[in-house]
Design a protein around this ligand. Structure first.
Ligand code: ZN
Length: 255
């Protein structure tokens, strides 16, 4: 390949990478499928965004508090059982973080050399019918189409960009599938006797769509189901969920 072409290719890739997400460049320096070295835990909602809100004994219960409590438990477990894994929280306390800010923060995490990172978003569910129950693991649908710079006329450049795009998406999908499988299995092991598994589901939630690393979003159970709400507020039950998440991450690490 001539030097000019190589230069052009780099420029085009730079344009492509910057335009690949709304939050900035795709970071090609961090491998996607290397051994796990960092986990970004994302407790959903926070601050002025309470998430789902339900009444229990005339008291408001807010989703953001349950999410944060489980996130801290998981961080503590990881610190003890896998101290070699760096753990980050997108929020440490009851503060508001926009979705792009969370994704941006995760993108900036640099795992130890030769390792990769994953994104785990933690939420609690709500439904119109009080009977709805169980936990779910959500992943991106993976149907993001390749972005081709409209000005690219050169067939070789076009092919190169498409190749890179395909490789990245395949690695992202493989990592995400492995993480989602481990997560649903481990949660089933830990809390399956208390609430049903609703399986792995697909949706383009912002944080798992744009996080640029293997990502899952866990809905831990339904706050709108009175008996499930009791469980979700119970510290020891929260610990069971956190343990399920820990096992999933450890299994993902040793896959
Ligand atoms: Zn939520």
């Amino acid at each position: 390949m001539g030097r000019t072409l190589a230069l052009m290719l780099n420029c085009l890739l730079a344009v492509y990478l910057v335009s690949a997400t709304p939050s900035g460049a795709r970071d090609l320096t961090v491998p996607l499928l290397e051994p796990l070295g960092a986990v970004i835990i994302d407790p959903g909602h926070g601050g002025r965004d309470p998430g789902a809100v339900v009444l229990q004994h005339q008291q408001q219960v807010m989703e953001k508090d349950i999410n944060l409590s489980v996130a801290h438990k998981l961080k503590d477990l990881l610190d003890v059982h896998a101290p070699e894994i760096d753990v980050y929280l997108t929020r440490e306390d009851d503060t508001y973080q926009s979705l792009p800010a969370r994704v941006q923060m995760a993108a900036q995490v640099l795992p130890p050399e030769g390792t990769s990172k994953v994104y785990l978003s933690i939420h609690t569910n709500a439904a119109v019918v009080p009977e709805a129950s169980g936990f779910e693991v959500w992943i991106n649908r993976g149907d993001v189409t390749a972005y081709i710079a409209p000005t690219v006329e050169d067939a070789y450049l076009k092919r190169r960009i498409e190749e890179i795009d395909r490789t990245l998406h395949r690695e992202l999908k493989d990592g995400t599938d492995a993480l989602a499988d481990a997560m649903i299995e481990s949660l089933r092991d830990q809390v399956g006797e208390y609430m049903p598994s609703r399986g792995i589901r697909h949706q383009d939630f912002y944080v798992i769509r744009y996080s640029q690393m293997p990502s899952v979003l866990v809905e831990m159970g339904f706050m709108t189901n009175p008996s499930e709400l009791e469980q979700l507020l119970d510290e020891s039950f929260q610990m069971l969920i956190a343990r399920g998440m820990l096992s999933a991450l450890l299994e993902y690490r040793s896959r």
